[in-house]
Ligand binder design. Structure first.
Ligand code: PEP
Ligand code: MN
Length: 359
C-alpha cells in the first residue's frame, strides 16, 4: 500500500473544522438507550454514533451483544438525529447485516486484527465498499500486524480507510487497561501520513478519570479524531461500565480540549515544532514511568536484602552498573559527565527506597 491522499477522502468529505468524534455506548442495550444517547449527542461535535452490536468478550458469560436486532435501533437513531452510525464487524455475516441496515462506518475490533485469517474474511466481504473501515490495533504491540490488516482491506479495494489506536494488552499492572505505547502510532503516522488515525481513549484508559488527558495527548500528537464510549448511566452499562462517560461529560471534554494553536513561523515550521514537542512529552512521560518502575524493583531488592540480613550498599554491584551505563551511554552519544550525574541521582534514590523498606 502506498501512501496516498485518497486514504483520507472520506474524512475530508465530512468537512469538519475540528477533529472527528465518534461517540456512543460500548454496547447497544435497548432501543430506548440507543435512541436516547443519540439525541443527547446530536447538535454537538459528534459526527457518528457508535454502538457494539456483537461484543467480543474475553471470557464467555459476559454480555455478548444484542445481535442484529440492535441494527434497527441504530437505523432509528440515525433517522431521528441525522448522526452517522458505526459498529464493529467481526465476520462476513456481520458485514452483510451492517450494510443492509445502512451502518455508515465499520470498525474491526482488536481481537479480530490479530488474526490474518479473520481479517482476510472480513476484507473479502467488504470488497469495493465505499463505507469507511477503521481498523483497531491488534491486542499485542505489533505494527506490522496492524499495517498488514490495513493492507488486506486496501487490496480488497476498500480505499476509505483509517486506524483506531486502542492501546495494547499487558500482563503488568499499570494505570491503563491497555498501555498506549505512543511510539507505535507515531511510527505508523510516519509511514502513512495520510492514513487517518483515531484515538480510542476509552479502551486505553479502562476508567473515566484519564479520558480527557488521553484525548489531549492524542490531539497533541496530531491524531485525526476520537472514538469515545458514552452512556447516560455509565455505572449500569451492560459492558465496560468503568470507562464510559455521560454525554454531558463528553461535551465538556470536547469544549475543554485544545486543538493545537499556532503562532508565528511558516505552517511547516509550526507543525514540525509541535510534532517534535509532542514526541518530547511522550519521551518524558516514558522516562518518569521507567524510573518509577526501577524504584519499584529497588523496593523489592530492599525487602530481599532485609530478609537475608544483607547490607544495602553493594559497592561492586554499583560500580559495575555505572561502568556499563557509561559505556552504553558513550555508544549512544551521551557524555560521561551526563551519565555520571543521572546515575548518581538514580543510585541515591534507589538507596533511599531500599532504606524505606527496611524501616
Ligand atoms: C469496543 O470498541 O467496544 C471494543 C470491543 O473494542 P476493542 O476491540 O478495542 O477491545
Ligand atoms: Mn467497549
Amino acid at each position: 500500500m502506498e501512501n496516498k491522499k485518497e486514504l483520507r477522502n472520506w474524512l475530508d468529505a465530512y468537512k469538519l473544522d475540528h477533529p472527528l468524534v465518534i461517540a456512543g455506548p460500548c454496547s447497544a442495550e435497548t432501543e430506548e438507550q440507543v435512541v436516547k444517547i443519540a439525541h443527547q449527542l446530536k447538535d454537538t461535535d459528534v459526527t457518528a454514533l457508535r454502538a457494539g452490536i456483537w461484543k467480543p468478550r474475553t471470557r464467555p458469560g459476559n454480555f455478548e451483544g444484542v445481535g442484529s436486532l440492535g441494527l434497527k435501533w441504530l437505523q432509528t437513531a440515525k433517522k431521528e438525529t441525522g448522526l452517522l452510525t458505526a459498529t464493529e464487524v467481526a465476520n462476513p455475516h456481520h458485514v452483510e447485516l451492517a450494510l443492509k441496515h445502512d451502518v455508515d462506518i465499520l470498525w474491526i475490533g482488536a481481537r479480530s486484527t490479530v488474526s490474518p485469517f479473520i481479517v482476510q474474511d472480513i476484507a473479502d466481504a467488504c470488497k469495493g465498499i465505499k463505507n469507511p473501515v477503521l481498523i483497531k490495533n491488534p491486542i499485542n504491540p505489533d505494527l506490522a500486524l496492524w499495517l498488514g490488516a490495513v493492507e488486506r482491506f486496501y487490496t480488497a479495494d476498500v480505499k476509505n480507510l483509517g486506524v483506531i489506536h486502542r492501546g495494547f494488552s499487558t500482563y503488568e499492572k499499570t494505570k491503563y487497561r491497555n498501555i498506549p505505547e505512543w511510539q507505535i502510532p507515531i511510527d505508523l503516522k510516519a509511514k502513512f501520513p495520510d492514513l487517518p488515525v483515531i484515538l480510542d481513549p476509552s479502551h486505553i484508559a479502562g476508567r473515566r478519570d484519564i479520558i480527557q488527558d488521553l484525548c489531549q495527548t492524542g490531539l497533541d500528537l496530531n491524531f485525526d479524531g476520537m472514538i469515545i464510549e458514552s452512556h447516560y448511566d455509565p455505572d449500569n452499562a451492560w459492558s465496560d461500565a468503568k470507562q464510559q462517560i455521560t454525554p454531558e461529560v463528553l461535551i465538556q471534554i470536547m469544549n475543554d480540549l485544545k486543538v493545537r494553536q499556532e503562532k508565528g513561523g511558516t505552517e511547516a515550521y509550526k507543525h514540525a515544532l509541535a510534532d517534535l514537542r509532542a514526541k518530547i512529552d511522550v519521551a518524558d512521560q516514558t522516562i518518569i514511568q521507567l524510573l518509577a518502575k526501577r524504584m519499584g524493583i529497588s523496593d523489592q531488592i530492599g525487602k530481599v536484602k532485609l530478609e537475608n540480613n544483607v547490607q544495602i550498599l553493594q559497592n561492586d554491584r554499583w560500580n559495575s552498573i555505572k561502568n556499563k551505563m557509561l559505556a552504553d551511554g558513550d555508544q549512544m552519544g551521551l557524555s560521561n559527565e551526563f551519565v555520571e550525574k543521572v546515575y548518581a541521582a538514580i543510585h541515591q534514590e534507589s538507596i533511599n527506597h531500599q532504606h524505606n523498606v527496611s524501616k
